[in-house]
Design a protein around this ligand. Structure first.
Ligand code: ZN
Length: 246
């Protein structure tokens, strides 16, 4: 992705940081300082956001490694203020495989939350002063991971839950029709998100709306065009890049 800084490679997949992500960190720091929580309090919130995005990288890696099992490679993972985006060479056509690829990301967040719960219980059992002071950090991270898993599983195609829905529909219906229905439900969800985003004044939710609304429509279009091209030229598999946002 353009305007991105290469951070390195995980499991052979290039990891990038989009420059707008640095703007997000600066924004968090500025807002927290304005709230009067002091320099160290604001720095701690920035560390929290960075740690949370570390969890998001693991979420994307969950998708990428599940896809690899089905012979699909992931070109790269980029961190944006709206979350991580994994760029895959294609999506599996087999509904069961798409279901596993889509659900692998949220499952990683559930696993992290379960691990953090064990850490919290251990801290409470050991009860040293330093560790108890870190309780809030671990607890917030646990709840944010649970939130990420639930939010991504909402049936808002092309988000993870929407892909799960498409896979379930495609199990019984024609693939193009299943995609069209999932995209329509996704667009209805995007409208609900706009209303909620306006009400709670959440700019990130509004940006995610744009991704869902246009991303879903775009993918439904790609699937329809792909079907026509494959009908005209059966030997050729039409497979543009797919973006998974987590
Ligand atoms: Zn995801």
């Amino acid at each position: 992705m353009r305007w991105s800084l290469k951070l390195g490679k995980i499991a052979g997949i290039r990891l990038y940081l989009h420059w707008t992500f640095l703007l997000l960190l600066a924004f968090v720091f500025y807002v927290d300082l304005g709230e009067g929580i002091g320099l160290s309090g604001a720095a701690q919130r920035v560390i929290f956001v960075v740690t949370l995005f570390g969890c998001i990288v693991l979420h994307e890696l969950g998708h990428a490694l599940a896809a690899r099992r089905y012979g699909i490679s992931t070109r790269d993972i980029t961190l944006l203020p709206i979350g991580g985006v994994a760029r895959m060479e294609r999506m599996p056509r087999e509904p069961k495989q798409e279901l596993w690829v889509a659900i692998a990301g949220p499952l990683v967040n559930v696993a992290i939350a379960a691990g953090l719960l064990l850490v919290l219980l251990a801290i409470l059992a050991i009860h040293t002063r330093f560790l108890v002071s870190q309780l809030g950090f671990a607890r917030s991270l646990m709840f944010m991971n649970l939130f990420l898993a639930c939010f991504n599983l909402l049936p808002a195609f092309p988000m993870d839950g929407g892909r799960v829905l498409r896979a379930l529909l495609a199990h019984r219906l024609d693939y193009v029709r299943a995609t069209r229905i999932a995209a329509r439900i996704g667009q209805a969800m995007a409208i609900i998100f706009v209303i909620v985003g306006l009400k709670i004044r959440h700019p990130m939710l509004m940006l995610i709306d744009v991704f869902i609304f246009f991303g879903g429509r775009n993918e439904a279009h790609i699937v329809e065009v792909g079907r026509k091209l494959e009908a005209a030229e059966p030997a050729r598999q039409y497979s543009p890049n797919y973006f998974l946002r987590g």
